[in-house]
Design a protein around this ligand. Structure first.
Ligand code: SAH
Length: 388
């Protein structure tokens, strides 16, 4: 199976060719047909789920009042999550910062879940542990009794949702991702279930490489994992005498600290304040890891944060999907320009390219100079899939 294959959307080739095809060929199916497919899949899934009695039976016993509520919900918004929502608006266009538009098959999340969302963000603000959101649809393996047809349909819907979230993360500024996840933490959960599903099929995984590499680092090395996902790195190194600080858009109340890594990582460290070269001060981090996490269009800002929080001479490890690079040398010189020197590059893996950088001294920059650096985010292409 290929890297970033979408559950329910079989993509037989490696990402290089996926991207090559997606940029060079016209889409075979117009958006309207996708919408039709999505709509009829939802209607069918609705019927199937009702037949199974998982939702339908309960609601059938609820009397006319609740039935009316259900009717209102189904006409208000499409929602693949509830597995019983139907609508004549199964996909919707949202504008992308690139001037185009992204298909949004599950816009219903914002309408349908508004009340739940508000409560959740309050909980989150109060610093309480994040629970698995209640309105998250179970993974296909967690729904007992589905036939293979039903499984296939559910996987298709989950796959479409994963693809939509992924596209949004790659084609938006990180502030948009933060907004989306805060509004509905289920998005984060759904994205990661899809991501986990992909990882299982990869021939190798950058995080496993980092776990084995970092295992031999000296005791008490402090590692910041920026865009940690499920904090696999921290979990994998938990028995070693290393300290792993894991950051991602949403906290799990345990390993993961919520932060926009392209805005402000909550760790100490300063930038030079004058034209004299320096490495800043007050940093505590020895190693920064960015494994497949340079997603937002403003990702160079994350590299600037990595520089700010790294101790003098600290290490920056970057793993990225090979097919994202428009020009590897330009990528390296952009990272260098933020205050790093490349030490090693490993492109032996057909799926990922791994880089090792060392922090070096630099001078302060004006806002204008920074804007120039930050505008180069399109050196990395978004990771997209071929639609089927
Ligand atoms: N590094 C992990 C996860 C990779 S998936 C692993 O290799 O297993 C990419 C992760 O980066 C996602 O969890 C996504 O939420 C996170 N991410 C992307 N942009 C981010 C941002 N601006 N701030 C915080 N996390 C971000």
């Amino acid at each position: 199976m290929a890297l970033f294959e979408v559950p329910g959307w079989s993509v037989p080739t490696a990402p290089v060719s996926i991207l090559a095809q997606s940029t060079s060929k016209k889409r075979k199916r117009p958006a309207a047909q996708d919408a039709d497919k999505m709509q009829s899949a939802e209607v069918n899934l609705d019927k199937l789920m009702q037949k199974l009695g998982s939702v339908g039976n309960r609601e059938d016993k609820q009397g006319p009042k609740k039935k009316k509520k259900k009717q209102e919900r189904t006409t208000r918004a499409p929602d693949t999550k509830g597995a019983h929502a139907t609508s004549n608006k199964a996909t919707e266009k949202v504008s992308s910062p690139h001037g185009g538009s992204i298909e949004q098959p599950v816009k219903g999340v914002s309408g349908l879940r508004k009340k739940v969302k508000q409560k959740k963000s309050l909980k989150h603000d109060a610093g309480k542990p994040e629970q698995r959101p209640r309105n998250v649809s179970p993974a296909v393996d967690e729904v007992p009794g589905l036939t293979s047809l039903q499984k296939g349909m559910k996987e298709s819907l989950d796959g479409a949702r994963f693809r939509w979230i992924n596209e949004l993360l790659y084609k938006s500024d990180s502030s948009e991702a933060v907004r989306m996840m805060k509004e509905d933490p289920a998005v984060f959960h759904d994205y990661h279930s899809g991501f986990r599903h992909q990882v299982q099929s990869w021939p190798s995984n950058p995080v496993s490489h980092y776990i084995s590499q970092l295992s031999s680092y000296p005791q008490n090395t402090i590692i910041a994992d920026l865009g940690c996902g499920d904090a696999v790195l921290a979990r994998g190194l938990s028995t070693k005498k290393l300290k792993v600080l894991s950051f991602d858009l949403i906290s799990d109340g345990g390993y993961i600290v919520a932060a926009d890594i392209c805005s402000s990582v909550p760790l100490p460290g300063s930038e030079p304040s004058s034209s004299q070269t320096s490495e800043g001060e007050a940093q505590v981090v020895d190693v920064v890891v960015c494994a497949l996490s340079l997603m937002g269009t403003n990702w160079p800002r994350c590299i600037r944060e990595a520089w700010r929080i790294l101790k003098p001479g600290g290490e920056l490890k970057i793993a990225e999907v090979a097919s994202r690079f428009t020009d590897v040398d330009e990528f390296v010189s952009l990272i260098d320009s933020i205050g790093f020197k490349m030490k090693a590059k490993d492109d032996r893996n057909s799926h990922f390219t791994l880089f090792e950088f060392k922090k070096v001294a630099r001078t302060s920059r004006t806002d204008k100079e920074w804007s120039k650096v930050m505008s180069k985010g399109d050196i990395l292409k978004p990771c997209e899939y071929k639609r089927r």
